[in-house]
Design a binder for this molecule. Sequence first.
Ligand SMILES: CC(C)(COP(=O)(O)OP(=O)(O)OC[C@H]1O[C@@H](n2cnc3c(N)ncnc32)[C@H](O)[C@@H]1OP(=O)(O)O)[C@@H](O)C(=O)NCCC(=O)NCCS
Length: 210
Amino acid sequence: MLADLLPPGAVAVERRDDNDPAPLFPVEEAAVAGAVAKRRLEFATTRLCARDALALLGVPAVPLPRGPNGGPVWPPGIVGSLTHCAGYRAAAVARVTDVAGLGIDAEPDEPLPAGVLDLVADPAERAALPTGGPHWDRLLFCAKEALYKAWSPLTGRWLGFEEARVAFAADGTFSARVLVDGAGERTRFEGRWKAAPGLLIASVTVNLTG
Ligand SMILES: CC(C)(COP(=O)(O)OP(=O)(O)OC[C@H]1O[C@@H](n2cnc3c(N)ncnc32)[C@H](O)[C@@H]1OP(=O)(O)O)[C@@H](O)C(=O)NCCC(=O)NCCS
């Protein structure tokens, strides 16, 4: 279902469990050395998704370590994003000749814990959230995390939840406006979202043309 949220040229691989053995390269092993088994499994399965997605682009299996800001280090010429939450792991990748940046995020379709929406959204964003259907507070959080995952590799900068505004349209898209400098003239980003039973996913694409 993630593929429906991606632009032409991007590919996705999703998994619902950690049942397939997913070997790691030594540099990846080092990233999760000492982590609890659950964290190691989700990390490994998500990298398996990433390697399978890269294979769809004809890119051989390579280590995908974590970079200084926490995001994956992709092979030259590739942009991409990873996500994992309970019962879902996914990777999306594209060639830089097709897409300038990608961010994906998955969340359980459940309300945010009490008080979190106030940290994630300003009063106008909260007031504009639609009603009915998915848990829109969680979807707003999901959309902003997808935005961050597209923004961070592009700029190398942190972005706080209060530094962007997200507005949902009725057609499964959303627009995100970043309130700080960092990506040149680029302050507006487009996203798409989808709900499956118990699950919300969001993507943000940075087009080559801005
Ligand atoms: C980094 C963050 C977005 C991850 O989201 P999450 O819902 O906790 O976790 P997910 O499973 O969806 O994503 C985790 C993956 O994100 C990726 N990631 C982490 N930091 C990243 C960064 N700076 N840039 C891009 N991707 C990043 C990693 O691949 C990570 O998986 P891995 O550690 O197994 O390799 C979140 O923890 C965070 O720090 N959010 C605060 C910043 C933010 O979202 N601001 C909103 C601005 S509007």
